[in-house]
Design a binder for this molecule. Sequence first.
Ligand SMILES: Nc1ncnc2c1ncn2[C@@H]1O[C@H](COP(=O)(O)OP(=O)(O)OP(=O)(O)O)[C@@H](O)[C@H]1O
Length: 249
Amino acid sequence: MTKALEIKNGVKTISSGRHIMDNLNFSVSPRDFVTILGGNGAGKSTLFNAISGQLTLTSGSVLLNEEDVTTKSEEYRAKYIARVFQDPKLGTAPRMTVAENLLLAELRGKKRGLKKRQLNQQKEFFFEQCQKIGNGLENHLDTPTGNLSGGQRQALSLLMATIQKPDLLLLDEHTAALDPKTSKQLMALTEKTIEENELTCLMITHRMEDALNFGNRLIVLDSGQIKKDFNKEEKSQLDLPDLLTFFNL
Ligand SMILES: Nc1ncnc2c1ncn2[C@@H]1O[C@H](COP(=O)(O)OP(=O)(O)OP(=O)(O)O)[C@@H](O)[C@H]1O
């Protein structure tokens, strides 16, 4: 079966000689939703940076849809990958409005400039998309994103990341800065978006309940290696105390 993502013998060595990714082998099937846990410094961001091209491996390879992209730039890989970050300020242009940000996301990778006429044509579509989120974002299409609440901005970031249906969606602790209620709403939206668009997704989280409750696979990273890899069946047998043992808590 075709793999959406493969990392083969991935190694990243830093100047001190330490391996921050240590011979990592990881493959993801289309439509997998993998949740990723690991303590601080375990190598979660390093993994995402290696996939997105923000970081080049010292050795090993990265394949997207069976294409070897190991030496390809971040811009090249952005045609296939979308990433949502923890910081609500990243991913959106703060002085641009919600509608302008959505248009930018819709045009990403296409050779067309941002035009006022296009913006007006698309507003109805954007209104419908925002309305589905259920947090009032549709009433802020002309609001600069810097004036939105953290929850609205993260929901917008998710919508922008998925509006073109990426081959691979990377969620990098995207609920971490939100209060529990808003985080829960965003996770519900995330799950719905992934299901409706049949996306392949990797999600880093520090919220163990989310790692257990969402997705069809769970991996635990430690010292730049995959320490545990639970499939759907194994994951369904896990509970919170099981997970806590991996973190010596
Ligand atoms: N460019 C770099 N140069 C040197 N060390 C780095 C670099 N990037 C990451 N590291 C180190 O590699 C290790 C893994 O970092 P990484 O950011 O991937 O961890 P993480 O699991 O995402 O942690 P956190 O949960 O704190 O975000 C850490 O010890 C970090 O200090």
